[in-house]
Design a protein. Sequence first.
Length: 598
Amino acid sequence: MRVENPEHRWKIGELELDRRSFSLRRNGVVVRLDSKPLDLLLLLAEKNGAVISHDEAVRTVWGEGVFLNGEAAIYTAIKKIRQALGDPTLIETVPGKGYRIRADVKPIAQTHAKSDLVPLPSEPEYRLAVLPLLNLSNDPEQDYFSDGLTEELINVVSRLLRGHMSVIARTSVMRFRAVSKPVHEIAQELRVDYLVEGSVRQYSNRVRIAVQLIRAADGASLWGNSFERALDDVLALQSEIALATATAIGFRISSQTIAAAERPNPPLIDIEVHDRFLRARHLISQRTRPALQNAMRYLREALAIDPIFAPALSSLAFCYALLPMTSLLRSHDCFPSAQGLAAQALEHDPLQSDAHVALGLVDFWYHRHWSGARRHFAEAAISNPADSAPPMFLAHIHSVLGEHEDALSTLGAALRLDPISPIVRTHYGHFLYNAGRSRQAIPPLDQVLELAPQFWVAHLIRGKALATADPSLPEPYTLPESYPRAIESFLSSERSGMGNTEPLAFRIHALAASGQTQAARQAMEEMDQTHAKTPVPPLHRALARLGLGDRATARELFEEAFAERDVRLIFLSVESRWKALGDDFHSSAVHRVGLPKE
């Protein structure tokens, strides 16, 4: 129950407090603070020195009618705020009155030059996580089934509770599958108020799901029940569980909301179609070319049985839209298929969020139609409120267009939905890098790699940041000292990247820039050998050639990139290495891509 205020960003010394991204940063790096203390700090900042009473704090931050020990809750929240600020004197206790902030709080003015910005739906106050359903079959090969039902249940619950409660995205909750951890610790990591946990058992063409609702504050089980139906009636089963969960929390869901949340699919679905669909969804989450191609095989098998099964059409479109970014496949071979399949999916089911995301990616990467991409991602955010991809890609658009503060704040919406997603957290470092703040990008990327040591995208962006001077610093760090670390990051990215040649291109550039010309030429030969077998994207070859000083060949490869609609063209303004092409050529290329002038 946060206070409405036209101001949503404040400067507190070296700290920046942002309501829209729901974050506290110190010199651009996120300072971790639980949701309720952060809400209280926002309230204190808004009051800017005025005393906040205990009653007002409880009413505003925790809400009216909420049963809790207010004194203890506020004391704990204030303690955490003081620890986060690093100076306990900044929050003053006024005996018998309440608390106030003693720092110099300065509102940060907001400006938006773009007229086609699409606002994201506002975030509700309360948050819920549906934890992975436990597979009771004792067969790990059946994990795809329990994981798939978990994802579908998250989607149904999020649509049903839209406007009442935020539901955490699949990526973050799946990290707790088969993890033995106290409920309060999971709730703290996900920053949620409620948890749904349960199990699933499949037998004799029937499915039984047992669930319970847990309050995060004290670990109390508020409600529990078991649900059983035939496998072909699983969609109705999920809606039944979602509605029972909302009722147990205390929300009254109108019949109109229930109707809007349910997909216009037939009440019964083909068991074989649904099984192949769940197998595909399990693979899509891995985001590698081999996994995506196996997922596409399952989806085609599903569509061979039911050609108008909208979830399969939507997921297949999404796979085609991802492949040019995650592999060496060319734009022309993927994006037109993604566009056609997504359009078919939406004809049969307008709520297919992956179809909206796929169309947004087609507009973003292929047509470079920024306003169209924004609209599709905004539609996807409405269709599936628990999906972090729409706000993440909306932030991506801001970033490549040079709207760096908007990129970071919009990404905050994705981080709230998906707080421990490696790709979402990697993009925080990525967008700092795109903003020219390469040194600030390194700590958040290091945090991602602690969470996911083999995540190739984080290694790649970390390498870029280490090998790039930071003009925002008065005394930029010495690049010669950082080049070995950058090259090691690129090598780590190559080892985990499933054949993606972008890390190799940046390694060649870094080797040449650090004076290791012979090693750079050897790596260039490696790229040429790869290209002879499988075409390497023209801009990867161009970057490597540019690093070796071959500007003429790099310029020729740009023409090839334009002919292919290479997805990497959109980074032309935010990747400083391209400026070595020459001012006139670079400026002309930026104009052809449709990017704003610097």
